[in-house]
Design a protein around this ligand. Sequence first.
Ligand SMILES: NC(=O)c1ccc[n+]([C@@H]2O[C@H](COP(=O)([O-])OP(=O)(O)OC[C@H]3O[C@@H](n4cnc5c(N)ncnc54)[C@H](OP(=O)(O)O)[C@@H]3O)[C@@H](O)[C@H]2O)c1
Length: 402
Amino acid sequence: MNSDLTTGCPRRISILGSTGSIGKSTIDLIERDPDAYHVVALTANGSAEALAAQAIALKAEVAVVADPAAFVRLKEALAGSGIEAAAGPDAVREAAAREADWVMAAIVGAAGLEPTLAAVERGATVALANKECLVCAGDLFMAEVKRYGATLLPVDSEHNAIFQVFDFDRKDRIEKILLTASGGPFRDWSRDQMAVATPEQAIAHPNWSMGAKISVDSASMFNKGLEFIEAHHIFGLGADRIEILVHPQSVVHSMVAYVDGSVLAQLGSPDMRTPIAYSLAWPDRMVAPVPRLDFAALGRLDFRAPDPERFPAIRIVREALERGGGAPTAMNAANEVAVDRFLNREVGFLDIPVVVEETIEEIMSGPLGTQTVDRLDAVRAVDSEARIVAARRSARRRFAAA
Ligand SMILES: NC(=O)c1ccc[n+]([C@@H]2O[C@H](COP(=O)([O-])OP(=O)(O)OC[C@H]3O[C@@H](n4cnc5c(N)ncnc54)[C@H](OP(=O)(O)O)[C@@H]3O)[C@@H](O)[C@H]2O)c1
């Protein structure tokens, strides 16, 4: 039973992005102990019918689609249920701001920033899956977490692993953190092979089952780059104290190295229900229905340094972080656009880092290049300009290839 330990009442929870991969895994855990939770809000983008089915099954108070065009379908699917329906980005933000003890932030992309901030501003406990929030507006986001006394629990498996073994009281005794990366489906592919990779090949992750965008990010290793910035903000460490290691088995989810030579790691099966369960039960622990590790069957764990030639994303992200200002915001927006174009077969897989790098360069050498992004309107300005630039750059590459 994971009800509120102090009152014994069901915990009030909301799930932003409930129809996605993380959202569904969260619901899988909640449905195993339904009396322990009262579901306040569930949100999606356009998956109205799936959202309505979840809302009815979980007796949610409100269901919201971000895409206004999906509202009629949501209304129809919820007819007679007594569940409130709403649509549009403002309604998603309002749903996130409703009184809930625990909010899962699992919208994909920068679209998750403002709803997640709405939960932060209420001082909620926020289980953060949406890494793009921290990439596009890390300083602003962390300042708001501090200002409103929100509790941030990282859900990304690497950051959740680090969180479990990171001694926040003795941070000066930490030498570095080691972020592990599976290497994705193209881990051993040549650049020539990657040049003709299809979206189907890119989303076929060898270890994890995830949404399309993060799967492509894993294939390009932009995902590890985004996580690098995410780790920098959550754990307050400089780039020189964050190392990336390829670990094909995805069993060691990340590690913390201390000054005495000790390295603490968190291990587990590659199943997001473990970090979600950790954040749901925190500071307690709950039973999670995940496959247990069998070390004898596993036999070995491998590690190697990432290859910067085949995977330029890590260098691009490091440089964006060093550059500061709007560079990470532009990088994130450009990556979202380029991934979308790749999934729609409009650009090739290797065009993704090129579009991202060109976009950062154009934004940072233009009028927005000197802008700080410590306010929401500044983040929005860089984000939307970078999307325009990235769309133009993507179209150019498409015509060049045609
Ligand atoms: N999947 C994983 O294993 C994993 C692991 C670590 C971190 N994460 C992070 O968690 C986040 C979610 O990943 P995911 O794999 O669960 O993604 P996903 O399967 O694509 O689901 C995304 C969710 O966000 C909703 N959404 C999409 N665009 C939106 C918009 N503009 N406004 C509001 N809602 C929107 C989607 O609704 P519709 O269904 O209606 O489109 C869906 O509910 C990402 O930031 C990802 O990097 C994921």
